[in-house]
Design a protein around this ligand. Sequence first.
Ligand SMILES: Cc1nnc(-c2cnn(C)c2N)n1CCCn1ccnc1
Length: 117
Amino acid sequence: CAKMPKPSQDNDRDLTFCRILLAELEDHHDAWPFLNPVNIKTVPGYRKVIKKPMDFSTIREKLCSCQYQNLEMFIIDVNLVFDNCEKFNEDNSEIGRAGHNMRKFFERRWTELLKSN
Ligand SMILES: Cc1nnc(-c2cnn(C)c2N)n1CCCn1ccnc1
């Protein structure tokens, strides 16, 4: 049958989860490398190596301008932040470790939130 539009309360729940998760990511002690876009003009190699830059302020902007249709699209962008970090940074570096810590935190929190509903 024709794809039924998602009931609005599911969209509201998804949007609430995105807001909660993003606020917690922004407040995390290890969030500092990811708060703003990497400056591709001053960081040698970044523009060439990282095809789709992403950061928490860009995710905030997309969330506030209704660019996420659902929780999945939001999770894809958050994971892009951490995948870019792993690609460009050694695991055993300040920024590399921050990326691993933040990914672990994010995975725990969104599974907790989804289980609570
Ligand atoms: C995120 C992220 N991934 N790699 C970098 C980066 C920036 N410069 N260099 C040499 C890197 N490896 N970043 C951005 C880190 C932004 N930042 C904020 C305060 N200090 C660094």
